[in-house]
Design a protein. Structure first.
Ligand code: ADP
Ligand code: MG
Length: 345
């Protein structure tokens, strides 16, 4: 890193920096009428708009010791797109606001924007504006994402019905185990800076943590099969927490079958190495950015052959509670443990 060029932000100034970050941006969506450069962006769509925002704070949501800046930019967009897809909507625009201390060079901000622009290109989203300011310490990134969908196709959390099947995309718990690896290696590194960082063999789970994707493909598949989920939420805080949100808001109960919860081999084995019960990674780990949704049972056949959608349970009457049916044949109440609860198991 020592030989890399370092340009102080002060040499460009705020307007110079904004200009540099936004000058090569092209708009691809018809609804993006005016992007960065004026007092406000202009969006014109004939459809209802779905809007969401997420803030990422250094030291709270990310650690730059093990997070490459380009990945950070990418992930800051993905977490917002995931929320738009979780409404069964199609993201079209983002706005990005950053607060930066003088610890960061122009080159560093450029790297963050490389990641942001990569996510925009991959998901066909336009960067239409934002805000730039100084921060006394550390880095803060706020992204706003705007999407669209026909009113009848927008899917909420509070509309699951008794008898619906509970489905999830992808596999769970990987991002949490990736974080465990990164934190372990950070610890090794801080204690002995010359020690080599050992990430080999953990590519999948480390990738799940550092470079998540949003499930555009699943939303497109459901659309192609004429399926509108009866309810949907994305998995940012762990399966337990999201199931509880769905059930509480929909006023229903649920049975989640442990044996059906998709967990990748690498996640499973690494959890055992760390003395964590793998199911707890899925239940409480979070940051998987998969989609959890319920379907009317009439649509069950249409998703059966999809390799990346698992049926993991069933929606029940509220009186039956929200239960995990374990591999051992027992029922447990699903509670939201959060991140701290994991290692006690
Ligand atoms: P104002 O003073 O009116 O807030 P700014 O100088 O902050 O205007 O922004 C000028 C233009 O540049 C606006 O269109 C704004 O959306 C855009 N912009 C500012 N900061 C960023 C950023 N970090 N990323 C993308 N666009 C930005
Ligand atoms: Mg501004």
């Amino acid at each position: 890193m020592e030989n890399e060029k370092r340009t102080e932000i002060a040499t460009l100034g705020e307007f110079g920096l904004i200009d540099k970050l936004t000058k090569d941006i092209q708009l691809h969506n018809d609804s993006s009428v005016k992007g960065a450069g004026d007092d406000a962006a202009v969006i014109h769509s004939g459809l209802p708009q779905v809007i969401t925002t997420d803030i990422l704070v250094e030291g709270i949501h990310f650690d730059l010791v093990y997070t490459p800046l380009k990945h950070l930019g990418y992930k800051s967009v993905i977490v917002n797109l995931s929320d738009v897809y979780a409404m069964n909507a199609v993201p079209k625009q983002i706005l990005v606001s950053i607060a930066i201390s003088n610890r960061f060079s122009v080159e560093a901000i450029d790297e963050i924007y490389d990641g942001i622009k990569l996510a925009c290109a991959k998901y066909n989203v336009d960067l239409v504006g934002g805000d730039t300011t100084a921060s006394p310490k550390g880095l803060i990134i706020n992204v706003v994402a705007i999407g669209e969908q026909q009113k009848e196709k927008i899917v909420y959390r509070n509309t699951a019905k008794e008898g619906d099947i509970l489905c999830v995309s992808g596999d769970l718990g990987g991002a949490y185990m990736g974080l465990q690896i990164l934190q372990r290696e950070k610890h090794v590194f801080l204690n002995a800076p010359d020690a080599s960082i050992e990430l080999a063999g953990n590519d999948y789970i480390v990738g799940r943590q550092l470079k998540p994707e949003a499930r555009k493909d699943i939303i497109e598949y459901l659309e192609s099969e004429n399926i509108i989920p009866t309810s949907m939420i994305d998995i940012s805080d762990g399966l337990s927490s999201e199931i509880l949100h769905l059930c509480k808001q929909s006023e229903v109960g649920c049975q989640l079958n442990e044996a059906e919860v998709p967990i990748a081999n690498e996640t499973y084995n690494k959890a055992l190495d760390f003395n964590i019960d793998p199911i707890n990674c899925a239940l409480s780990g979070g940051e998987d950015y998969e989609l959890l949704f319920t379907l009317n049972p009439k649509d069950a056949d249409k998703i059966k052959s999809h390799p990346d959608i698992s049926v993991i349970g069933e929606i029940l009457d509220a009186n039956l509670g929200v239960k995990l049916f374990t591999k051992g044949g027992n029922y447990h109440d699903i509670i939201s443990l959060g991140w701290d609860g994991l290692k006690d198991g």
